[in-house]
Design a protein around this ligand. Structure first.
Ligand code: FPP
Length: 245
């Protein structure tokens, strides 16, 4: 099935449509997020079986704080529940959990504790790296990196001329602090919305994008596999070109 094809190393997903799914199914929004958590579990397993090395999901953005307290609290409770029920299996499958984003700020203590536990238990694992973007915003991430570099210039550690793509990449959440995660080869967004919504803006410079009308809670491992296999047929040129004029 996946032999002799160039699989993506890193797939990132904007898990969108939990609310619309809930509305359609006449249940509350948290039931939609809960169903979204089940969908996420299945996609992690599928990505692992397919040999994908990095899977990143957009779970909670810096903009999501604008939602009701009840919804925000509920999403973090779902995260706590996810870690409690899945950590053993994730670890047995050699999955390593990372967080992209400032998860120690504003996030409820129970969720911080769960995350710290998941990170600690899986830190020496060498299989699929599962990155949860949490309290994540790409512009915040870039501003943080630029401030960090400016500090180094101020302190004489770097000169402005030293600053290049690599130096900026190193200071992002996907950089040194999380083991230099390669840029995503493929970004998938569910629910029919055609935008990136402040997700991996720097890292997506050459990513292939895939959009599906499926709402996240109904997104299946089969559809995930189909999108990934379609990706393997794309011709990525990274700004270059092929063949003669
Ligand atoms: C977007 O749907 C989804 C979210 C903001 C939350 C994603 C959360 C999960 C999938 C729960 C499990 C995962 C973790 C790690 C907590 P939406 O609510 O914006 O949907 P809508 O646009 O249809 O309203």
């Amino acid at each position: 099935m996946t032999e002799n094809v160039k699989m993506p190393t890193h797939v990132a997903i904007i898990m969108d449509g939990n609310g619309r799914w809930a509305k359609r199914e006449k249940v509350n929004r948290l039931a939609g997020h809960n169903q979204g958590m089940f969908a996420m579990k299945e996609i992690i397993k599928k990505a692992d079986v397919m040999g994908i090395k990095y899977l990143t999901v957009y779970a909670f953005s810096t903009e999501n704080w604008k939602r009701s307290q009840e919804e925000v609290g509920g999403i973090f409770n779902i995260l706590v529940k996810f870690v409690a029920s899945e950590l053993k299996e994730l670890s047995d499958n050699n999955v390593k959990v990372h967080i992209l984003g400032d998860y120690t700020q504003r996030v409820p203590e129970a969720a911080i504790n769960s995350i710290d536990k998941a990170k600690k238990v899986t830190e020496n694992n060498t299989g699929l790296m599962f990155n949860i973007a949490l309290n994540y915003g790409s512009r915040t991430e870039i501003v943080r990196a630029v401030k960090d570099l400016a500090e180094d210039v101020k302190n004489g550690i770097l000169t402005p001329e030293d600053i290049d793509d690599e130096k900026i990449s190193e200071r992002l959440y996907t950089g040194q602090e999380n083991g230099n995660i390669p840029d995503p080869d493929l970004i998938i967004r569910t629910s029919g919305e055609l935008r990136l919504s402040n997700f991996l803006l720097w890292q997506s410079a050459y990513s292939e994008l895939a959009f599906t009308d499926s709402l996240w809670p109904e997104f299946t491992p089969e559809e995930f596999e189909k999108i990934v296999m379609e990706f393997t047929n794309r011709n990525r040129r990274f700004g270059g070109r092929e063949g003669k004029i």
